[in-house]
Ligand binder design. Structure first.
Ligand code: NAD
Ligand code: DAU
Length: 332
């Protein structure tokens, strides 16, 4: 199998590329990535010299860059490339519309021209917030942020290409991932690295928003299952089955760091902050997938990875991350 993976230098994409190459000697990956602030070739340093891995630097919105990647004749496209951080989508939505909508369209056109299977990596956020119960794949889309709205638009385009043009496309909607190589703007790596730096950890609002946490390796296994076995025109929810509110995650991280509640700083809430995400994943489980890691063990492993990889995250936190924060919030 030869995959065109887009956004492979990001967090989930890099974990996925490494998993695919490790799965079978015949597997090959072409990675098309623009290398935005979130794309880091170091995430794939261990496979950079593998002859089965090819890197193409380019933008998924640029049809000629997509064609350059297609010249490697992949069997399928897996689209991870996106702007992904909700707070950044509130500060400046434009890039989200470009990449998450126009970029998806450009890739769908390539899938259509070349007759390729296409897996769109989407998110549980497209369903919006749910007070009780869980979303199935049939639940209506009700996104709340420019990020989730742009992802929902991408999903709808995918479904339209199945119906109108017969493209063999499908969608995976994952819950909150965590694990190694996650950019330290997201809750878990931000809090771990702040604690390691002796900084406070900023909890939004009352800290009672609920997310369903999935270890990135479990998500990648689910994505591979959906890619191989899912039906065109269908969406598949991939949740970890670990619903926790942000204070519960905060306390677990404080315990791992051996620190107390005095490190917590309650800050203004995120505008439009979804209260709870919850996925019914029966459809993906029926394909034979199940998350294999417990939240506690995976959190411990993740914490330890950040302890041992300051050389990975310190340059980010003193570079792009710091510039972004100072420009938008005036303080770090
Ligand atoms: P990330 O922000 O870590 O990485 C995004 C990658 O996409 C980077 O390598 C970046 O350089 C690349 N990219 C961005 N714009 C591009 C463009 N125009 N052309 C080419 N490459 C571009 O992202 P992530 O957290 O790994 O998320 C990957 C995918 O999974 C996204 O589609 C996201 O919506 C989805 N998702 C993420 C989570 C999560 O918890 N992180 C959960 C559910 C779904
Ligand atoms: O649910 C899947 C989504 O998970 C993905 O589609 C997104 O790409 C990914 O960014 C993530 O979105 P969230 O907004 O849920 O993740 P984030 O890590 O930004 O925030 C998780 C929760 O923690 C959320 O309720 C907001 C809160 N939070 C976040 C940050 C960064 C804080 O309380 N303080 C913070 O500093």
């Amino acid at each position: 199998m030869k995959l065109l993976v887009t956004g492979g230098c990001g967090f989930i994409g890099s974990n996925f590329v490494k998993m695919i190459l490790a799965m079978a000697p015949a597997n090959q990956v072409v990675n098309l990535d623009k290398l935005t602030y979130a794309g880091n070739p170091e995430n794939l340093a261990e496979v950079a010299g593998d002859p089965r891995y090819t890197f193409v630097r380019g933008d998924i919105c640029d049809a000629s860059a997509v064609e350059e990647a297609m010249a490697h004749r992949p069997d399928a496209i897996v689209n991870f490339a996106a702007e992904t951080h909700v707070d950044r989508s509130i500060d400046s939505p434009g890039e989200f519309i470009e990449t998450d909508v126009r970029g998806t369209y450009t890739l769908l056109e390539a899938a259509r021209r070349h007759g390729l299977r296409f897996l769109q990596i989407s998110t549980d956020e497209v369903y919006g917030s749910i007070e009780e119960g869980s979303f199935t794949e049939e639940s209506p889309l009700a996104p709340a942020s420019p990020y989730s709205a742009s992802k929902a638009a991408g999903d709808l385009l995918v479904l339209s290409y199945v119906k109108t043009f017969g493209v063999e496309a499908l969608i995976a909607r994952s819950s909150n991932n965590f694990g190694l190589h996650q950019y330290p703007e997201k809750l878990i790596p931000l809090f771990i690295t702040n604690l390691l730096e002796g900084r406070k950890i900023p909890v939004y609002g009352d800290g009672l928003n609920v997310r369903d946490w999935i270890y990135v390796r479990d998500n990648c296994a689910g994505l591979e299952t959906v890619l191989r076995q899912g039906k065109a025109g269908e969406a598949y929810n991939l949740g970890g089955g670990n619903e926790r509110n942000n204070l519960e995650i905060t306390r677990a991280l404080l315990a791992l760091a051996g620190k107390g509640e005095e490190c917590v700083e309650y800050v203004s809430d995120r505008p439009g902050h979804d209260r709870r995400y919850s996925l019914d994943c029966a459809k993906a489980r029926a394909l034979g997938w199940d998350p294999a890691h417990s939240l506690e063990e995976a959190l411990q492993e993740t914490y330890q990875w950040y302890v041992e990889h300051r050389d990975w995250w310190q340059p980010i936190k003193s570079g792009e991350f710091k510039r972004y924060y100072l420009a938008h919030y005036g303080d770090l």
